[in-house]
Design a protein around this ligand. Sequence first.
Ligand code: CU
Length: 127
Amino acid sequence: MMARQKPGVELRTHVSGKRVVLLMAAVVSIGSVGAAQQVTVVQKNREFAKARVAIAAGDTVRFTNEDEFLHQIYASSPGFTFDSDEQAPGEVVDVKFPYPGEYDVRCGIHPRMILHVSVGKPAATKR
Ligand SMILES: [Cu+2]
């Protein structure tokens, strides 16, 4: 396993049809949070299909691999880091973004792949 455990980060990979929960920490801790959303970002032709996505804290980005080779996504910023296992063709990686902020998701295999993730406040706490 290459995934490194960080508090508050939920990182799930689907490997050969078997769901492996690498880490699940209590994220819903303060008040009520609106229903979490999920957006899908396709990886194809050595790039993310979108350059950026905007989500709310607590939402999940599902990364699919529609290429015929591996990807390996990661992000590193103060307070939020994840590092997926190698992602084979057809596999799905779900990454939950618990905290508001601006994050760049990159692929460890294809350095030109960059997805900017803008994470806003949870809907229930917006003012
Ligand atoms: Cu890649």
